[in-house]
Design a protein around this ligand. Structure first.
Ligand code: ATP
Ligand code: MG
Length: 370
C-alpha cells in the first residue's frame, strides 16, 4: 500500500519531525497561554495540533478541537464549539453529564456511524440568536471550565473565518470570554494576513492576546530521512540521492513532498529512479493544475501579470522602474493595489525588509513559469 498520505495526519508514523514544535506548543498549553499558530496552506498545522493534543491528553488534559472552516453565522460558531466540547468528553461520562447540565444552549445528538459514533449538537430553543447565543454559549462554557480541575486546551482551527461573519461584535464577544476562560487556546489559520491582523492591530479586540508562533517548512535533512523510511515502509527503496531530489523539487514543502512521493511510489518499480522522480513531478503539476487555474481565474488581469512577474523573478523592489519595464507591468499605483490583494490572499510574501517578494506556493511558481 502507498505509504504516503495527503490527509490530516493522525498517525505519528506518518508524521515527520516537528519534535521541537510539539514540545514548545505543549509547554505553552501547560501554562494556559494562548497561541496563534500560522503558516501558509498545507504546512501541517492541523496535523501538528493533533499531535500536540494527543500528548496533552496523555498528560491528563481535556483537549477540544473546533474547526471553524466555512462559517456562515455566529450560531455556527456556538454550534461548532459545543460540538467540540461534547466530542472531547464523550468517553468521560461524568464530565459529559456535567457539561450537559451546565451548557444550557446546546444538547449533544449522538448517532452511531461507521467509525463508532458521530456527535453533533442542536440548540435548545431559547429565543436567542446569533451573537446573543454565542455570548451565552461562551459564558456557559466558562462555567463548565471553572467547575472542574482538569487542564483544558482548545484548538480553534481556521480561526480567521470568524471575520467572514459580518457582525462587528463577534471578535469582541469571543475575546471577552476567552480571556477569562480557564483554558489555553490555540488559534490556527492559513490566511496569514487576515489572522495576524486580528492579533497585531491595535484597535482589534484580540490585540496582543496571544503568542505568535510561525510554522516553517520541514527541515531538509530530516525530511530526506523520513521519505526514505516511508518508501521502506511500503517495501520500495529510495536512495538518499533521490529522496533529496524529491525534497528539493518541492522546496521541503510538507504537503507537496508527500504528494510527490505518493506519485513516485506509484510509478517506481522496486526502487525509485531519477526518471521516476521526473515523471512524478509531472504528475504532481498535472494534479495541481485545476487548483492553480481556479486561483488565476479569481484574479484581475493586473494581479495575474504581477504574480507571473514575481514567479519569474522574485525581487525586492517590484515597483522599481527596471522591474516594471522588464515585466511589462503598467502603473505603479496599480502594482501597489495588486501587491496588497495578492498578499492578502497569501499568494505572495516578503519575509523581511531585505527579502524579495516571492510566491508562497513553490509549485504554483513553477507552473506559472511554464
Ligand atoms: N510533519 C509532517 N510530516 C509529513 N507530512 C506532513 C507533515 N505535516 C503535514 N504533512 C503533509 O501535509 C498535508 C497537510 O497537512 P495539514 O492538513 O495538517 O496542513 P494544514 O497546514 O493544516 O493545511 P491547511 O492550511 O490546508 O489547513 C498532510 O496531509 C501531509 O501530507
Ligand atoms: Mg488545517
Amino acid at each position: 500500500m502507498n505509504p504516503f498520505s495527503l490527509k490530516v495526519l493522525t498517525d505519528s508514523d506518518q508524521f515527520c519531525n516537528r519534535t521541537r514544535e510539539i514540545a514548545t506548543l505543549a509547554s505553552y498549553a501547560k501554562s494556559n497561554s494562548n497561541v496563534v499558530l500560522f503558516s501558509p496552506r498545507r504546512y501541517g498545522k492541523t496535523s501538528l495540533v493533533h499531535q500536540v493534543q494527543k500528548r496533552l491528553k496523555k498528560n491528563g488534559f481535556i483537549t477540544i478541537y473546533v474547526d471553524l472552516f466555512g462559517l456562515s453565522s455566529a450560531d455556527t460558531i456556538a454550534n461548532r464549539l459545543t460540538k467540540g466540547v461534547y466530542t472531547a468528553l464523550y468517553n468521560q461520562k461524568n464530565l459529559l453529564q456535567k457539561a450537559i447540565s451546565i451548557i444550557k444552549t446546546h444538547r449533544p445528538v449522538i448517532r452511531p456511524d461507521e467509525t463508532g459514533v458521530s456527535i453533533t449538537t442542536e440548540p435548545i430553543s431559547s429565543g436567542l440568536s446569533g451573537a446573543e447565543l454565542l455570548d451565552k454559549t461562551l459564558g456557559d462554557l466558562g462555567h463548565f471550565m471553572a467547575a472542574g480541575k482538569k487542564k483544558i486546551n482548545i484548538v480553534l482551527d481556521e480561526f480567521q473565518e470568524i471575520t467572514e461573519i459580518r457582525d462587528p461584535d463577534i471578535e469582541g464577544i469571543m475575546r471577552s470570554y476567552i480571556q477569562k476562560h480557564r483554558a489555553g487556546y490555540f488559534f490556527v489559520g492559513s490566511r496569514r494576513r487576515v489572522l495576524l491582523d486580528m492579533f497585531n492591530q491595535r484597535r482589534r479586540p484580540f490585540f496582543q492576546s496571544a503568542i505568535n508562533y510561525k510554522l516553517d517548512k520541514l527541515p531538509h535533512d530530516e525530511l530526506v530521512v523520513f521519505l526514505m523510511e516511508r518508501f521502506g515502509a511500503g517495501h520500495k527503496r529510495c536512495a538518499e540521492k533521490q529522496a533529496r531530489k524529491i525534497a528539493e523539487a518541492v522546496d521541503n514543502h510538507p504537503y507537496y513532498s508527500q504528494k510527490l512521493s505518493f506519485f513516485c511510489y506509484e510509478i517506481a518499480d522496486r526502487s525509485v529512479k531519477v526518471t521516476d522522480v521526473q515523471q512524478g513531478f509531472e504528475a504532481l503539476v498535472q494534479a495541481e493544475t485545476p487548483v492553480f487555474e481556479a486561483i488565476v481565474q479569481g484574479l484581475a488581469a493586473r494581479q495575474i501579470a504581477l504574480l507571473r512577474a514575481i514567479a519569474r523573478e522574485p525581487h525586492k523592489a517590484i515597483t522599481s522602474m527596471n522591474f516594471v519595464k522588464r515585466h511589462h507591468l503598467k502603473s505603479i499605483g496599480g502594482i501597489q493595489a495588486a501587491v496588497k490583494k495578492l498578499a492578502r490572499l497569501d499568494l505572495i510574501e516578503k519575509e523581511g525588509k531585505n527579502h524579495p517578494w516571492q510566491l508562497v506556493d513553490p509549485i504554483l511558481a513553477q507552473w506559472l513559469n511554464r
